[in-house]
Ligand binder design. Structure first.
Ligand code: ZN
Length: 375
């Protein structure tokens, strides 16, 4: 199971210079081959890697940076093409030096005279990371993490538009499977727009209040930005402010999700949700919807591995189950809930008053019971 850990990175001045050089070379290689692929026919990674050798002779400054990162630029381009061919993304675009800067490097391992060597090493005790050509760099984050439970696959060095540096490390994590006990409690959850999570026990988890505050501020600054002279000093300042707010927004969303999932896992032994419609999700062009979908996806993903870790059960029911159309008291199907604005409705058959989301989560719970007996 692959898992990414993102740490704040504190390079010294010398390391910063080299990091920026690497960004430049990474971008150069990516754009060089993208340009060639665009003009000719797309050609194979093997041929590009071969040509890379010639390029380093032609442009000796490419030798100053981590050579593995340059190969990664080619793999990165290949991924971008794959995503395009499989209709998951648009045609690859040239990398710009005005945007968020990144480069990736794979963890190379070797053994020499019984001594093991790894190009990326993480020292969580002393809060340092060893990266190719850069040496040791201070890191911060994951205060309680003592050991990584798996091998490092690669590292991505990032410079956000806020000017902060990060490193994201991909780990091939060994799955921790908790001892399963006889389950005693069950809950169904409904993921929604108004409340992020509603449970069959009647709890409603909202998005935190800060989110609205940040969104409002971002909107205001974006209006300001549109009036400012492009690439002027003030324009840049506003841009930095916006990206700082974005990262705060992302963080508070993330923490909110972690809190909700932890609470659910702690309180219930069996958790049931609907399966997400991945295909429909990726086709939406609205930003707000995309962010929401990302949150849903994160919740389900976390429920999946956290329940394994803690010895709990997590099931997803079929997407086409009419959870919001059915009365959880008598099974009557209604058309009243087709209108998304209807938050509460009265069942025509049994006359019970149903809260839209709680009713749906109860249905999800009962539908999920089927899966429990199967396993
Ligand atoms: Zn009813």
């Amino acid at each position: 199971m692959y898992k990414a850990y993102k740490f704040r990175l504190y390079p010294n001045e010398e390391q910063k210079v080299l990091i920026h050089k690497t960004f430049g070379c990474y971008r150069f290689i990516y754009n060089y081959f993208l340009d060639k692929c665009k003009n000719n026919k797309y050609y194979k990674v093997f041929d590009m890697c071969h040509e890379l050798k010639e390029l380093t002779i032609l442009y000796p400054w490419l030798k100053e940076v981590d050579s593995c990162s340059l190969r990664c630029a080619i793999f990165n381009l290949e991924d971008a093409y794959k995503n395009f061919f499989q209709k998951r993304n648009n045609y690859p675009a040239f990398k710009s030096k005005y945007k968020r800067q990144t480069y990736r490097t794979n963890c190379m391992k070797s053994e020499y005279k019984g001594k093991r060597y790894s190009s990326i090493e993480l020292d969580l005790k002393n809060k340092k990371i060893k990266l190719p050509k850069l040496g040791l760099i201070d890191i911060r984050g994951y205060r309680n993490l003592q050991v990584m439970n798996g091998d490092i696959i690669n590292a991505t060095v990032i410079r956000e538009t806020t000017g902060k540096y990060y490193v994201s490390i991909l780990i091939n994590e060994i799955e921790v499977i908790g001892q399963k006990e006889k389950p005693k409690s069950i809950v169904g959850i409904d993921l929604g727009v108004k409340d992020l999570v509603v449970t069959s026990s009647g709890e409603k988890y909202h998005n935190p209040k800060e989110i609205k505050k940040y969104e409002k501020r971002i909107k205001r600054l974006q209006r300001k930005l549109s009036r400012q002279v492009k690439e002027s000093n003030n324009y840049q300042k506003t841009k930095i402010k916006i990206s700082r707010l974005y990262s705060k927004l992302k963080n508070s969303r993330k923490h909110n999700i972690i809190n909700i999932v932890n609470k659910l896992i702690k309180e219930y032994d069996i958790i049931i949700s609907e399966k997400l419609k991945i295909k429909e999700m990726s086709q939406s062009h609205s930003l707000a919807k995309n962010i929401l979908d990302a949150s849903f996806f994160k919740i389900c993903n976390m429920l999946e591995y956290k329940s394994k870790e803690k010895g709990k059960y997590y099931y997803q029911i079929d997407t086409y189950f009419p959870s919001s159309k059915m009365c959880s008291h008598c099974g009557e199907i209604t058309e009243k809930t087709n209108n998304l604005g209807v938050r509460e409705w009265v069942c025509d058959r049994c006359l019970s008053t149903n809260d839209r989301d709680i009713n749906a989560s109860i249905n999800i719970m009962f539908e999920g019971l089927k899966y429990c007996f199967d396993n």
